[in-house]
Design a protein around this ligand. Sequence first.
Ligand code: NDP
Ligand code: MG
Length: 395
Amino acid sequence: MIAVTILGATGTIGVNTLDVLARHPQLYRPLALTANQDVDGLFGQCCQWHPDYAVMADADAAERLRQKLAAEGSSTTVLAGVDGLTRVAALPEVDCVMAAIVGAAGLLPTLAAVRAGKRVLLANKEALVMSGELLIAAAEKHQAVLLPIDSEHNAIFQCLPDEQRHDMGAAGMRRVLLTSSGGPFRTFPPEQLANVTPEQACAHPNWVMGRKISVDSATMMNKGLEVIEACHLFAITAEQIEVVVHPQSVIHSMVEYIDGSVLAQMATPDMRVPIAHALAWPERITSGADNLDVFALAQLTFEKADEQRFPCLRLAYSAAREGGTAPAILNAANEVAVAAFLAGSLPFTAIADVVEMTTQQLSSEAAVDIETVIAADLQARRTAESILPALARQL
Ligand code: NDP
Ligand code: MG
């Protein structure tokens, strides 16, 4: 039995992970489940799965969960806060950790899993964007196995030879073609983008995802974060990555080799595919996803990404080139701006402005340790917050 901790169990990735585990009860056991504030969601999962531990990041929510579970006579131990999250990420009896908390909040629990030498299924791209070099170095030092859940990175992983995954030259790899659906506003009239609502931004054409990543997909910041993510995971530079807009989301990314071969991974757009892949790697298990019906595919199309329409992509490439704490600053400003947009107080097009102004006001430094990264994150949040009022939606 493989014991699994799911950080962010109540989220889209968490729920999909439990769906895959439910198909293989003889192989996997969820040992710890975590959430932030969704007491009812985590309570329901605890009643179904009876994990040893349940953690709520929010202390009041943890208390409510504790009372509800006690009333059911549950034997699940309830923990709270970042301490609780890092503890269940590093428990000696845990084999595998799904890191699926959204945003910078996932950094310390993910790092705890890496430092404990776990098999880490990495969905929480913000953690890698913020502290890529440190996280990769910690994984090597503590012999943690990092397996990408982001569909594009999982695809790249599958298209690379096992032995040379971090040595592009030895693998004979020329570049990565990182695919993107283009999001809900790929063909939207640009002059109307300032007025789009959170509901429009979260209505992704091909994927059902949490609200933050849905907005990131609509601005294409998601693809920008993924460029930085790929640099760290596969030891490549931003120049070796080309973003390819592929609206059907059937090819999840491609790797081009020096002999002209291009390998692609294809599947129906369903996150259970990369989740099942990473859970079982190097073996395979069923995921529950529909088989890809190649005969039903009318066409596969590819376009260049439009950096005019999606300035976040340009900003992310520039942070990737700069390195150090620049990606952490970019990420923090984006989290603040996206939260303001989702709260209805910032126009969609101002998300990129907040990020650009924050990155212009702050200078990056070498990301020597995790404290430096966290300090850069906090400073960028404060700077972004101070910029918000000037750009706020006039109500
Ligand atoms: P959701 O918003 O659906 O879920 C987020 C999860 O994190 C929830 O369990 C939430 O708990 C928890 N959480 C939120 N804030 C905190 C916090 N401060 N402390 C602790 N836990 C917290 O997000 P997704 O599942 O869509 O995405 C999760 C991660 O995976 C993101 O980094 C995203 O970029 C990445 N990803 C997602 C994909 C997808 O298809 N959804 C695809 C590729 C990557 P609660 O429910 O209580 O709020
Ligand atoms: Mg992705």
